[in-house]
Design a binder for this molecule. Structure first.
Ligand SMILES: Cc1cc2nc3c(=O)[nH]c(=O)nc-3n(C[C@H](O)[C@H](O)[C@H](O)COP(=O)(O)OP(=O)(O)OC[C@H]3O[C@@H](n4cnc5c(N)ncnc54)[C@H](O)[C@@H]3O)c2cc1C
Length: 391
C-alpha cells in the first residue's frame, strides 16, 4: 500500500497482547488518538496469570472488574513448600492476604480470557482504532515515527509504544540494547479439574529443577506452571493427558486429590531479558519488550501493567506525548522497580538450580525467617504485591 495519513496521530501501540491492549485502554480513555497495531490472539495453552492486587485495581479503574471477576479466582493464601531435598529444608511457609488487611493477594485468570476481555473493551473505545496488521517498518521522520505494515495505510505517530513482546521490533528501531539470557528450564502449563477444594490457596513447590506451582481458578479447577530441565520437560510433556495428570498429582503430593487435564497444555522455554533504557526517540517500551523473567512470584504481566500505568502518568498533561521529557520521565520511573524484580526473581531461581551449600543455607534461612518474623513476612508480602500496577 502507498501513501501516508496526512495528520500524525498521538499514539501508536505495536502489539495487541495483554499489555498492548491495556495500554490502548489506559491511553485511549485519556482522549488521545490511539492506533493499536497487531492481531489479537487468544490461543489456549494452559497459561494463566495471577493479577496482583494493584493490577486488579488498575483494571477495575479501566472498567473491567465485572468481566474479570466472572473468569478469575481469588488467591487468599500463598504457600511455599521447600521440595529441594536440601539439608536445610524448612517446613512449608504460608502467607495469608488477611495478614496485610487484604481479601486476596490477587486473582488468577486464563491468559486467553484476560486478552479477550481487554480486546472487547478496547474495541468499544471511540478514540482507539484497532488495526490487525503486523508492523513491518518503523522509521523516524520530522513529524513523528512512520509505521508501515500488512494491510494498512502507513501512519505517523508522535509516540510509538512498543508492546511487541520479547523480540520487539520497536526496541530495535529505537536502538535500545537488550541483554538476554537463558535458563536450563522449560515451563509446562496446564489446567486441571480436581476432586478436592483448592481453598483459594496457591502452592509453590521449590524443587531442584525450579518451582512447580498450582494456582486456583473458579470452581474445582487450578492451573499448573512447572519448571523442569529441558530433557525432563520433553519427557513429561510427551505423556498422554491421563499419565501426565497422575505424574503431576504425585509431584504436588495429592494436595488437590485426583486431577483431570482440561484443554491444551503448553511448553515454554525459560529466559530473561532486560534493557538499558525504557524509551528513546519518541518510542517507549512496555511489557515483555522491556523485561522478561521466569514465572516465579507472578511478576511479569503485573510489571507490564505497571509500565502502562506509569507511562500514562508521564503523558498526562504533556502537550506532546512523545516528547523527550515524557520519555525521560518514564525511563526514570521504571528503572528501579524493574531492576529490583528482575534481580530478585533471577536470584531465587538460581538458588534453586544450584545445590551449593551456601545458597541452600541462605534460602533455608530466608524461608525460616519468613515463617517466624511477623514484620518481615508483612514486608515481603507488600513488596511482592508492589509489582501490581497501582501497588
Ligand atoms: C508459564 C508462564 C506463566 C506466567 N504467569 C504469570 C503470572 O502469574 N503473573 C504475571 O504477572 N505474569 C505471568 N507471566 C508473564 C506474562 O505471561 C507475560 O509477562 C505477558 O503475557 C507478556 O505480555 P506482553 O503483552 O508484554 O507480550 P506478548 O503476550 O508476547 O504480546 C506481544 C504481542 O505483540 C505482537 N507483535 C509482535 N511483533 C509485532 C509486530 N511487528 N506488529 C504487530 N504486532 C506484533 C505479538 O503477536 C503479540 O500479540 C507468565 C509467563 C509464563 C511463560
Amino acid at each position: 500500500m502507498s501513501g501516508t495519513i496526512a495528520e500524525p496521530i498521538d499514539i501508536a501501540i505495536v502489539g495487541a497482547g495483554a499489555v498492548g491492549l491495556a495500554a490502548a485502554l489506559a491511553l485511549g480513555r485519556e482522549g488521545h488518538s490511539v492506533a493499536l497495531l497487531g492481531p489479537v490472539a487468544t490461543p489456549r495453552d494452559g497459561r494463566t496469570v495471577a493479577l496482583l492486587d494493584g493490577s486488579w485495581r488498575f483494571l477495575e479503574e479501566l472498567g473491567l472488574q465485572g468481566a474479570l471477576t466472572e473468569k478469575s479466582a481469588p488467591l487468599a493464601v500463598m504457600r511455599l513448600v521447600d521440595d529441594s531435598g536440601s539439608l536445610f529444608r524448612q517446613p512449608p511457609v504460608e502467607f495469608r492476604a488477611s495478614e496485610i488487611g487484604l481479601e486476596a493477594f490477587g486473582w488468577n485468570i486464563e491468559n486467553a480470557d484476560l486478552t479477550a476481555i481487554l480486546a472487547e473493551k478496547a474495541a468499544e473505545l471511540p478514540g482507539v482504532r484497532m488495526i490487525p496488521g503486523f508492523v513491518r517498518s518503523i522509521e523516524p521522520e520530522a513529524a513523528g515515527i512512520r509505521l508501515a505494515g500488512d494491510g494498512f495505510t502507513p501512519l505517523i505517530a508522535r509516540l510509538v509504544v512498543g508492546a511487541d513482546g520479547r523480540n520487539s521490533q520497536v526496541r530495535a528501531a529505537a536502538g535500545i540494547e537488550a541483554r538476554e539470557w537463558r535458563y536450563p528450564q522449560v515451563a509446562l502449563t496446564a489446567i486441571f479439574e480436581h476432586t478436592r477444594d483448592h481453598r483459594e490457596t496457591s502452592t509453590e513447590f521449590h524443587t531442584r529443577q525450579g518451582p512447580c506451582t498450582i494456582v486456583p481458578l473458579p470452581g474445582r479447577r487450578s492451573s499448573l506452571v512447572w519448571l523442569l530441565e529441558p530433557e525432563q520437560a520433553e519427557a513429561v510433556a510427551g505423556l498422554d493427558d491421563a499419565t501426565f495428570a497422575r505424574r503431576v498429582e504425585t509431584q504436588v503430593q495429592s494436595l488437590l486429590g485426583a486431577l483431570t487435564v482440561t484443554g491444551p497444555r503448553g511448553k515454554i522455554p525459560m529466559g530473561g531479558l532486560s534493557v538499558e533504557r525504557f524509551g528513546a526517540g519518541r518510542m517507549a517500551l512496555v511489557g515483555e519488550a522491556a523485561h522478561v523473567f521466569p514465572p516465579i512470584g507472578a511478576q511479569g504481566l503485573n510489571l507490564g501493567l505497571r509500565d502502562v500505568a506509569t507511562l500514562s502518568e508521564a503523558i498526562a498533561g504533556a502537550s506532546d506525548p512523545g516528547s523527550e521529557g515524557v520519555i525521560a520521565d518514564y525511563d526514570r520511573a521504571r528503572q528501579a522497580d524493574v531492576r529490583l524484580r528482575t534481580g530478585a526473581v533471577d536470584m531465587l531461581n538460581r538458588t534453586l538450580l544450584t545445590d551449593l551449600l551456601p545458597a541452600d543455607l541462605l534460602r533455608g534461612a530466608g524461608l525460616l525467617a519468613l515463617s517466624r518474623i511477623g514484620p518481615l513476612r508483612r514486608l515481603v508480602m507488600r513488596q511482592g504485591l508492589a509489582g501490581g500496577a497501582a501497588g
